[in-house]
Write a protein of this length. Structure first.
Length: 249
C-alpha cells in the first residue's frame, strides 16, 4: 500500500481514514494478486534494502539476503580505512556487495563482474542512484573481464545444489536460476572462482566466498587444494557456516 501511494508506512498509520483513488486501488489489488501467487515483494515494488542502502531489483537479479551482509562485514575487517586498495566482486547481480563496500571504503577502486547484461543494467542504475564513483562494472564470466591485481576478491556465487527442493519453493521460484545454482552438487562456481581468483590476487590478498550452510568443509578443502592459506569459515547469525576466507601467500 505504501508503495502504491508513494509514501511511508508511517503516513498510512497516521491516516487510517484515507480513501484510495480508484487507479491506486486497482494497482494495489493487482499487487496483492501477484503476491498471493507467490511473487516476492521486492520484485513487486522493484526495491530491496541491503547494508541500509536502497537498491533497485528486478527478476534479473537475486534479492539481496541479510546473510550476505556477513560477507561485507568480513571484507571490511580486512580493508583498513583510508586505503586505496583494488577490490573485486564476482557475480555482482544488483551490485549489492560492491556498493556496500563502496559506501564504507570510498578510496578503494572496486570492480564488479556479471555474465548477465540485464543484471549489470540494474547494478549500474543502483550505482548512479547512490552516487558512488569508485565502482566499475564489467560484462563477462567470473574473473574474465578483470585486469591487474587485487587486494581482495569477494563473491556470493550460485551455490544451491541442483536437487535442493527449495528451488521449487517460495521466492526462489521467481529468482534467476543461473544465480542460484550451478547445477550438480552446487560447488562448481566455488571451484572455478577459487581457481581463477588466485592469479588475480596480490600476495597477502584475500578470497572470500559465501556458500551454503553445509558447504563449509567442502569450500575449505577447495581453497586448500588451490593453495590458499589461513583458511577459515565464519558463521551467520543463525550459527550456520556462511563465509569462507583464504589468503594468497
Amino acid at each position: 500500500m505504501a508503495h502504491v501511494l508513494e509514501t511511508s508506512r508511517t503516513f498510512l498509520y497516521a491516516n487510517p481514514e484515507l480513501e484510495l483513488p480508484q487507479i491506486r486501488c486497482e494497482a494495489f489489488k493487482k499487487l496483492i494478486k501477484h503476491r498471493a501467487q507467490g511473487q516476492p515483494v521486492a520484485y513487486l515494488t522493484g526495491r530491496s534494502e541491503f547494508w541500509s542502502l536502497p537498491l533497485k531489483v528486478s527478476p534479473a537479479v537475486l534479492i539481496p539476503r541479510p546473510e550476505t551482509e556477513l560477507l561485507v562485514e568480513t571484507a571490511l575487517q580486512k580493508i583498513p580505512e583510508g586505503v586505496d586498495w583494488r577490490l573485486a566482486d564476482i557475480g555482482t547481480g544488483s551490485g549489492a556487495i560492491a556498493l556496500a563496500l563502496a559506501s564504507e571504503r570510498d578510496k578503494c577502486e572496486i570492480h564488479a563482474t556479471d555474465i548477465s547484461s540485464a543484471a549489470l543494467e540494474i547494478a549500474r542504475d543502483n550505482t548512479k542512484q547512490l552516487g558512488f564513483g569508485n565502482v566499475h562494472f564489467h560484462h563477462g564470466t567470473w574473473t574474465d573481464p578483470l585486469r591487474g591485481k587485487f587486494h581482495l576478491v569477494a563473491s556470493n556465487p550460485p551455490y544451491v545444489c541442483a536437487s535442493d527442493p527449495h528451488l521449487d519453493q517460495g521466492d526462489l521460484r521467481f529468482e534467476p536460476e543461473v544465480a542460484l545454482t550451478p547445477g550438480g552438487d552446487g560447488l562448481d562456481a566455488i571451484r572455478e572462482i577459487s581457481r581463477l581468483a588466485k592469479p588475480l590476487l596480490l600476495g597477502g590478498g584475500w578470497l572470500m566466498l559465501e556458500h551454503g550452510w553445509d558447504q563449509g568443509p567442502d569450500t575449505r578443502q577447495i581453497m586448500e587444494d588451490n593453495g590458499y592459506a589461513d583458511i577459515h569459515t565464519l558463521k551467520d547469525l543463525q550459527g550456520h557456516d556462511r563465509v569462507t576466507v583464504g589468503e594468497k601467500v
